[in-house]
Design a protein around this ligand. Structure first.
Ligand code: ATP
Ligand code: MG
Length: 374
């Protein structure tokens, strides 16, 4: 949060000592006019140090994740696909949406997370919400649509495990409008980091970035896909860290994607010149490139026994942000992003169900990324 003036600090301290103190009493104690106290208190609310009138103190600093939640169903056909008729299949379900995956990874690392999104008034929505709530995520800001079902992604694989068709039913996510976000304004304001995914409508992304101009939280964005990356504005100056891959970055910059000759560092430099304060460009098994503030370096991926690459990017963001927000260096955050994504590709699922801080630190030690404390 932003630094406070001497006056603001003194008032905040008075409220922390006695949350029921009157404005008149603070004014007398600090030898200031009551009207001054009222103004200063509104500023403390604006800066996110107080959650509202009545001096409600904000909860401990948290990460607010805003974006898409989806119910995934995978159908594996038992026999070669035949169109126009019924095909026998085995089905499995999982929970998805880039921001949901990021939130789940962070919650499993004991980060205080609030998830802002939307579900339908249906069983899959309730299941998604209770699963993430049971992990400790604040789900109070997840809205329920009156007229659209929960977002769904259906993937059909043939008997050789090749994708036959993917079906994305995601219209509900267009209902995460700027006015819906305004209802969650006090949660957003009192956070230290806000992570957005580009499943959000363009106007909503713009609104959050506009609000950020006068607020004190940091913003990270995940571009999600080539088509959704186009929803970002041309000026990225309100973004502290943009997480993207090469194809998505080319899409953000509106470059001709037939020219695949762009080098990763050139793309990153171009993204920085559009205003982004930091860029992390991930490149699958080749690793990633970091360009944040005055630091620029590349880092290889951690060699892994790959079982499923899906969810690697989401895990990377979760590992990176949970580390940088705790005051660690950019290099440490980059190592953690690589480690969590490597652990994720070693699992069959998009989010590791056995993830916790102990597993992570043992992995970092085993890969010689950190030394064991003696
Ligand atoms: N095969 C792999 N082996 C080891 N690490 C990997 C592998 N694939 C991805 N990673 C790790 O995950 C990070 C992110 O992967 P990637 O660049 O594929 O993200 P993405 O394109 O956002 O994918 P998605 O969003 O589908 O997860 C990489 O920088 C790397 O550290
Ligand atoms: Mg990704």
């Amino acid at each position: 949060m932003a630094k406070l003036s001497k006056k603001e600090n003194a008032i905040l301290e008075a409220i922390l000592n006695d949350p029921f103190i009157s404005q008149a009493k603070i004014a007398t104690d600090l030898n200031l006019a009551r009207s001054t106290i009222a103004v200063q208190i509104s500023q403390l609310i604006d800066k996110g140090h107080l959650a509202g009138r009545g001096y409600i103190l904000p909860k401990s600093q948290k990460v607010v994740c805003i974006g898409g939640i989806a119910f995934n169903r995978k159908y594996s056909l038992r026999t070669p696909p035949v169109l126009g008729t019924s095909n026998p299949a085995i089905s499995t379900k999982s929970y998805g949406g880039v921001i949901r995956n990021i939130a789940e990874n962070m919650a499993r690392m004991d980060v205080d997370v609030c998830l802002i999104s939307i579900i339908g008034n249906d069983e899959s929505g309730k299941e998604l919400r209770s699963q993430i709530r049971n992990l400790g995520v604040d789900t109070s800001q997840i809205s329920i649509s009156n007229d659209k079902p929960t977002a769904e992604y259906i993937a059909i694989f043939d008997d050789k495990n090749e994708l036959v068709m993917g079906i994305a039913s995601m219209d509900i996510l267009d209902q995460i409008t700027p006015s819906l976000i305004e209802e969650s304004w006090s949660s957003i304001r009192s956070s230290d980091w806000v992570i957005l995914d580009c499943n959000l409508p363009k106007e909503t992304i713009e609104k959050i970035l506009e609000i950020k101009e006068n607020a004190n939280f940091m913003v990270a964005v995940d571009t999600v896909s080539v088509s959704k990356a186009k929803r970002l504005p041309s000026n990225l100056s309100q973004i502290d860290i943009l997480f993207t891959n090469k194809d998505e970055a080319i899409s953000v910059l509106g470059l001709d994607d037939n020219l695949k000759t762009y080098k990763l560092d050139e793309i990153t430099t171009q993204l920085r010149s559009t205003g982004a304060k930091g860029v992390v460009l991930t490149d699958g098994p080749n690793g990633h490139l970091v360009n944040i503030g005055n630091e620029a370096f590349t880092s290889p991926a951690i060699s892994s026994n790959v079982k499923n690459v899906s969810g690697a990017g989401d895990a990377f963001v979760a590992g990176f942000i949970s580390t940088i927000r705790s005051g660690s260096t950019v290099r440490e955050a980059s190592n953690m992003g690589a480690a969590l994504s490597a652990l994720t590709v070693e699992s069959h699922l998009d989010v590791r169900q056995d993830l916790n801080n102990k597993l992570l630190s043992e992995y970092l030690i085993s890969k010689k990324i950190i030394k064991e404390h003696l």
